[in-house]
Design a protein around this ligand. Structure first.
Ligand code: GLN
Length: 476
C-alpha cells in the first residue's frame, strides 16, 4: 500500500497517469466492495464526488496548477456539517438533518476541490471508544472482524486503513482521532486546541473538541493539517498563533531532541505487547540521537475522572438544543410541550448519550457543583501546569496511545467504566489543549499498536517529526 498517498496521487494526477474521475471511481469501487462488511461509511456521495472529479479533470486539461489537496478523494466524520448532505452524528436525533452550511474545515477543502466520497461512522455524538453506539451499528477493525475499529472516529480510521479514502477528518475530544488510528494502524493527529476551526463540527464538549486528520502516513497528516489549520473568526476559540508545518523540514531527524517518558503513562494496565512496541520506539529514538528523559506526573491519575466530569458537563449543555422544536427528531404524539420535549429526547438519544447528559447535569447541579465540577476544573488547571513544567524540560512526550490493542466487539457495552479507563493516555492532551499524534509502532499479535507523541502548544512540527522517525523505523 502507498504510504505517502497524497503526494503520490498528486503526481499521478499531474502527470495524467490517472484522471481524477478514474481515481474517484476506484475509491467508490473500494467502498462498494468493503463497506458492507466494515461499516466505515454512513453516507456515500457518489454524484457529488464524480461531479468534483470532472471539474478537477477539466482544470487539469486546461493546464491549471492543482491547489493543495485538489482532486484527492477523502471523507469526513459524520459530525462535521456538510451543506445539503446529511450530517447525522449517527444518532436517531439527527438522522435526517441536512445542514444549511458547511463546517469551516469542509468549506476550505471544498474550495480547493477536495473530492468528498462520503461521511463516516462514529459513536453517537462522538461519545464512545468503539463506534458501536452509532445508530448505524459499529465499524469493524480492518485487521480482525472480531474487534472494533475504535472510536469515536472509527469509520474514518477504518476507511483510511482499508484504502476506501485517501484521508479522513475526525474529531478528538478525548482521543477519538488517536485511539481509532492506533487500533487501525494509521496516523491520527489531534491539533492544538484552537489550531483548527470547530465551526460546524457538532459540539460534544466545546473546550476539548478538536478536528484532526486521519491518514496513511505522517507526511499526509502534515499536509492535511496545513490545509485545515488557520484562524477562523467564526470560532471564538480559533487561535491566530497556529503555525503551519514546514514540510521541507519534516525529515525524522531527532538528534539532540529531548523526549520525555512520563512514568505514569506506563503503569497499570498497559498490555505487555503494547509496552514492548512503544519501548522499541523509545529505543529507536534514543539510537537516533534523542535524549530520553524520565519524568513523573502524579496528577495523570485524575485525568479520566476530570475528563468525564467536564466533558459530560459541557455535553449536557451542548445537547440541550435538541428539543424537537428547532431541528432534528421530534416525537409523534404528545399532549403538551413538556411531554413533547421529554419524549423527543427519550426516543431520540441512545443509552450512552443519555448516560452522559445525566452525569453532566448531575455534576452541574447545585449541591454537587462544588464537589465535582469545581474540583475537576481545579484539577484541569493542575494538569495543564504539570505539562508546562514538563515542557520546560523536554521537547515532546512519548506514551502509548491506548494501553491496549483494539477491543473485542461488544466490550465497551459490557463494561463502560473499563472502557472509560482506557482513555487514560489520550485525555490528558485534550485536558491541556496540547497537540498529540498516534503513529503505528508495531503489532501485538494480529493487531496494530500506536505510539503517541504529545507536544507543547502549536508544536505540531515537533511531534510530526518524531512520529516520522518512528514511522521510518518500522516495517508495517
Ligand atoms: N473515548 C472518549 C469518550 O468516550 C473519546 C471521545 C471523543 O474524543 N470524541 O468520550
Amino acid at each position: 500500500m502507498m504510504k505517502n498517498r497524497i503526494s503520490q496521487i498528486r503526481s499521478m494526477l499531474e502527470s495524467k497517469e490517472i484522471s481524477c474521475t478514474e481515481l474517484t471511481k476506484k475509491y467508490l469501487a473500494a467502498i462498494d466492495a468493503e463497506n458492507n462488511s466494515f461499516h466505515a461509511f454512513t453516507t456515500i456521495c457518489e454524484t457529488e464526488a464524480l461531479a468534483t472529479a470532472a471539474k478537477v479533470d477539466r482544470r487539469i486539461a486546461e493546464g491549471e496548477k492543482l491547489m493543495p489537496l485538489e482532486g484527492i478523494p477523502m471523507s469526513l466524520k459524520d459530525n462535521i456539517c456538510t451543506k445539503d448532505i446529511v450530517t447525522s452524528c449517527c444518532s436517531k436525533m439527527l438522522e435526517d438533518f441536512v445542514p444549511i452550511y458547511d463546517a469551516t474545515v469542509w468549506a476550505a477543502l471544498k474550495a480547493s476541490n477536495a473530492v468528498l466520497l462520503g461521511k463516516t461512522n462514529l459513536d453517537e455524538f462522538a461519545m464512545g471508544s468503539s463506534s458501536e453506539t452509532s445508530v448505524c451499528g459499529g465499524t469493524l477493525n480492518p485487521y480482525s472482524k472480531d474487534h472494533v475499529a475504535g472510536g469515536s472516529s472509527g469509520g474514518s480510521a477504518c476507511a483510511v486503513a482499508k484504502n476506501m479514502s485517501v484521508y479522513s477528518l475526525g474529531s478528538d475530544t478525548g482521543g477519538s482521532v488517536r485511539q481509532p488510528s492506533s487500533f487501525c494502524g494509521v496516523v491520527g493527529l489531534k491539533p492544538t486546541f484552537g489550531a483548527v476551526s470547530r465551526y460546524g463540527a457538532i459540539s460534544y464538549a466545546s473546550s476539548f473538541d478538536q478536528i484532526g486528520p486521519i491518514t496513511a502516513s505522517v507526511d499526509d497528516a502534515a499536509e492535511v493539517f496545513n490545509a485545515i489549520s488557520f484562524y477562523d473568526e467564526m470560532d471564538a476559540t480559533s487561535d491566530p498563533k497556529t503555525k503551519k508545518v514546514d514540510l521541507t523540514k519534516l525529515d525524522g531527524n531527532v538528534r539532540g531532541m529531548k523526549i520525555g517518558v512520563i512514568r505514569e503513562f506506563f503503569e497499570n494496565g498497559v498490555k505487555p505487547g503494547v509496552l514492548s512496541a512503544v519501548n522499541n520506539s523509545i529505543k529507536t529514538l534514543s539510537d537516533a540521537g534523542a535524549e530520553i528523559v524520565v519524568l513523573s506526573m502524579p496528577d495523570i491519575k485524575y485525568a479520566v475522572p476530570v475528563y468525564y466530569i467536564l466533558a459530560c458537563a459541557e455535553a449536557s449543555s451542548n445537547l440541550g438544543r435538541f428539543d424537537g422544536i428547532r431541528y432534528g427528531y421530534k416525537t409523534d404524539s404528545y399532549s403538551n410541550i413538556n411531554e413533547m420535549i421529554v419524549k423527543t429526547r427519550s426516543e431520540g438519544f441512545g443509552k450512552e448519550v443519555k448516560r452522559r447528559i445525566l452525569l453532566g447535569t448531575y455534576v452541574l447541579s447545585s449541591g454537587y457543583y462544588d464537589a465535582y465540577y469545581k474540583k475537576a476544573q481545579a484539577m484541569r488547571a493542575a494538569i495543564k501546569q504539570a505539562f508546562s513544567g514538563a515542557f520546560a524540560k523536554v521537547d515532546a512526550i512519548i506514551a502509548p496511545t491506548v494501553p491496549t490493542t483494539a477491543f473485542k466487539n461488544g466490550f465497551t457495552e459490557s463494561d463502560p467504566i473499563e472502557a472509560y479507563m482506557n482513555d487514560i493516555c489520550t485525555v490528558p492532551a485534550n485536558i491541556a489543549g496540547l497537540p498529540a499524534i498516534s503513529v503505528p509502532c508495531g503489532m501485538d499479535g494480529a493487531l496494530p499498536v500506536g505510539a503517541q507523541l504529545i507536544g507543547n502548544r502549536f508544536c505540531e512540527q515537533t511531534i510530526l517529526n518524531i512520529a516520522k522517525a518512528i514511522e521510518q523505523s518500522i516495517k508495517f
